[in-house]
Design a protein around this ligand. Structure first.
Ligand code: NAD
Length: 388
């Protein structure tokens, strides 16, 4: 019997590569589509992953050698090569499609009018081409998209952010009050986040008008580098970005502490953000695929995060582990100087997610990744050169 087929869009990237390996291990047949634009952006910015990521060809050969299973790969730009993409869908007939294939860095999206236009055109067209192609090919497949917590804007202490939908009370013309559910109002803080907010509308439209089965996972900042599967062989290693555009705040702190630099906290440090470990990301996607209903009465939205922290508390946590100093610097971003954040994540918890927490894994990340590959570190990459 043929194994269930999963098409991983953006499967060469930071989340996509470990997901492809994890799903292969769980018995799925895997095909990756990627245009390798993320590797091209590294070249454009003059930066590279701290970890020595191998070419996609070497990665795939290594998988075959270690597991005896082949991952198929198509070098294809989903935003600009619709016909070739449609062809893959018709031939491969996936049961699920996991969509990671977007430009994902807020700072990069804010660099210039060129990167703004690239991010909008790439992300919106990729998502819309996917939806149009699923309708045109008449596939009955489940689409799992990686969205972001950033579409909700900044949280407050007054309310837990729900999973995608907000209960509102409206006053009817006859004076009666009625409760309705609407998509949580989007409040994007960058061009990148704006494209993710647009994605939500396209999903709602295609679900309502064509009955497409869609799960949108609103993900927090992903931390960590390796999963069980990427650790099997150094040729499978996952990427670790620490540059000013693609490096997350946590990766910057980890690198700074490993190299004996001060941890640079932007602004007050009282900005609160949501986090999830890369092993939990791949597990959540498996849970989402395994729990898809036959009919989606609306887009299923789940918050994919496991904990929240203020940035100053993260810096303190690393200081306690490593003795690094903390240096508060002016914030290059136009964002609230402080916020509280409480997030509902009951849906994935009910499906079986057991979080791996920062406190348990940070030290290992510092020794196994930041220190181990410190000979590849380039200090010029760290400062953020995007201001907005
Ligand atoms: P990434 O940049 O490492 O991976 C994205 C992959 O998609 C890359 O390999 C890139 O080459 C490919 N791609 C982009 N445009 C494409 C196109 N037009 N055609 C084909 N391939 C294309 O990013 P990531 O960190 O793995 O993020 C994956 C998804 O998860 C993104 O949509 C992102 O918004 C979301 N997300 C990531 C994080 C995080 O912390 N990394 C947090 C929240 C949400």
């Amino acid at each position: 019997m043929r194994r269930p087929r999963v098409l991983v869009l953006g499967g060469d990237g930071f989340c996509g590569w470990p997901t492809a390996l994890h799903l292969l291990k769980q018995g799925y047949d895997i095909t990756i589509i990627d245009n390798l634009s993320r590797r091209a952006i590294d070249k454009e910015l003059g930066v590279s992953s701290l970890t020595p990521i191998q070419s996609i060809e070497t990665r795939l050969q290594c998988v075959l050698q270690l597991t005896g299973s082949k991952i198929n790969f198509h070098l294809l730009d989903i935003a600009n090569d619709y016909d070739a993409f449609l062809d893959v869908l018709k031939t491969y007939q996936p049961t699920a499609i996991v969509h990671f294939a977007e430009q994902r860095a807020a700072p990069y999206s804010m660099k210039s009018s060129l990167t703004k236009r690239y991010t909008v055109s790439n992300n919106i067209n990729t998502t819309h081409n996917l939806l149009a192609a699923v309708v045109e090919s008449q596939l009955n497949c489940h689409i799992v998209h990686l969205g972001t917590m950033g579409v909700y804007g900044y949280g407050t202490a007054a309310m837990k952010i729900p999973e995608g939908y907000l209960d509102i009370e409206v006053r009817l013309d006859n004076g009666e009050c009625q409760t309705q559910q609407i998509l949580y109002p989007a409040m994007p803080g960058s061009i990148y986040h704006m494209t993710k907010a647009q994605d939500q509308l396209m999903f709602a439209y295609y679900n309502k008008n064509y009955g497409l089965r869609i799960t949108d996972l609103h993900q927090g900042i992903v931390w960590g580098t390796q999963t069980v599967e990427t650790s099997l062989d150094e040729r499978l290693i996952n990427r670790f970005d620490y540059d000013g555009d693609y490096g997350t705040v946590l990766n910057r702190f980890l690198m700074q502490s490993a190299m004996g630099y001060d941890l640079t906290v932007h602004g007050s440090g009282r900005q609160t953000r949501a986090f999830i470990h890369i092993s939990d990301t791949v597990r959540c996607i498996q849970l989402a695929i395994g729990s898809a209903p036959e009919i989606f009465s609306r887009v299923r939205i789940m918050n994919q995060m496991t904990e929240t922290h203020r940035l100053c508390d993260l810096a303190l946590m690393i200081k306690d582990m490593t003795g690094a100093n903390i240096n508060y610097v002016s914030n290059p971003r136009n964002e609230a100087s402080e916020n509280e954040l409480f997030v509902e994540n009951a849906n994935l918890r009910k499906l079986g997610l057991e979080p791996r927490l920062l406190q348990q894994g940070l030290l290992k990340e510092i020794t196994d990744i930041a220190k181990r590959y410190s000979h590849r570190f380039d200090p010029d990459c760290i400062p953020c050169r995007s201001y907005w």
